[in-house]
Design a protein around this ligand. Structure first.
Ligand SMILES: O=c1[nH]c(=O)c2[nH]c(=O)[nH]c2[nH]1
Length: 307
């Protein structure tokens, strides 16, 4: 309570960019590099800073920024964004008596080892597309909420998609179809079951491997087998099957949230009175658009266990 009102507050530093190189730590003695964009938010007992201008309980956001660089230096072995977020969250909640909760978000820039003459280069990297993300919330006495995710995973298939049987009313113009392109940019967040730091697997590569494996399940389910694919009756159904596949495959994931915009490729049909068949659409020429687009989102969770 402050001045007769409820005051909720948090402060932190957003978008702290840091890069860490581990020399010769990769396969075949290659260098490993990560680039992280780190955001920190601390919940702490510092109401008097708001009400009285008394900063004696404030962790300066500049100090938070410097902590990111200092902790990056401390990572002597290759680290995942999840492990680094936990490292930071542990520091802020244990070092400062007044900090009760730390929320650390990281987006990793996808630097990938370049291949030259068919061989992975020992110190060359190029930028990939989709990004590995994490959000760690750690309370002072080890209550953990751990989320990993993917941002910007662009997927497209040229067939095996349709959309039929939807509500038709006086505003409906969209024809039903069994044949269309399907394109999306997947954003996914999955929450792990681990509710304390001691429950986290100790294997150092765990989170990077899990990121790669979840991405593979998502991609494989979207496309189906390489030669035949799999028919999608809607983005909704495909999204659901992707989420089910992830929860079925990974028992330590408690829930997954998927966001899949429907990025439309509109059939191009040019005709005029004089020339009715100038360019007749034959599943070949499309107008790609990014706005407006459909927004399809869902979260699939395991039922809470009945005690
Ligand atoms: O897969 C789809 N889901 C929709 O909800 C929808 N709405 C629409 O116009 N096209 C599509 N496609």
């Amino acid at each position: 309570m402050a001045g007769g009102f409820n005051l909720e507050q948090q402060h932190g530093k957003g978008r702290v960019r840091v890069s860490r190189v581990w020399r010769k730590a990769g396969e075949g003695g290659a260098d490993v590099i990560v680039e992280w964009n780190v955001s920190i938010s601390l919940l702490s007992d510092c109401l008097e800073a708001y009400t009285d201008g008394d900063n004696s309980s404030i962790v300066a956001t500049d100090t938070m920024k410097n902590t990111v660089y200092a902790k990056a230096k401390e990572c002597t072995e290759v680290e995942s964004p999840e492990s680094f977020a936990i490292r930071l969250a542990k520091h802020f909640t244990s070092f400062y008596p007044k900090v009760t909760t730390a929320i650390i978000s990281i987006v990793e820039k996808p630097w990938e080892q370049v291949v030259v003459d068919g061989r992975p280069h020992v110190h060359g990297f190029k930028l990939g597309s989709e990004k590995h993300t994490t959000e760690v919330t750690l309370k002072k006495f080890d209550a953990l909420r751990l989320i990993s995710g993917i941002q910007g995973l662009s997927l497209l298939k040229t067939t095996q998609s349709g959309f039929e049987g939807f509500i038709r009313d006086r505003y409906t113009l969209l024809p039903e179809t069994k044949e269309r392109m399907l394109a999306t940019e997947v954003t996914a967040f999955w929450r792990f079951q681990f509710e304390s730091i001691s429950a986290i697997p100790t294997k150092s590569k765990f989170f990077n491997e899990r990121y790669r494996d979840v991405k593979k399940v998502i991609v494989d389910t979207f496309f189906g087998p390489p030669n035949s694919g799999v028919y999608s009756p809607s983005v909704q159904n495909t999204l659901y099957l992707m989420a089910v596949a992830v929860l079925n495959r990974f028992p330590d994931i408690a829930s997954i949230q998927l966001s899949m915009p429907n990025i439309h490729f509109l059939p191009v049909n040019l005709s005029s009175k004089d020339n009715p068949n100038l360019v007749k659409f034959a599943d070949d020429v499309y107008l790609p658009t990014d706005e407006p687009h459909g927004t399809i989102e869902a979260t699939l969770s395991r039922p809470l266990s009945k005690l």
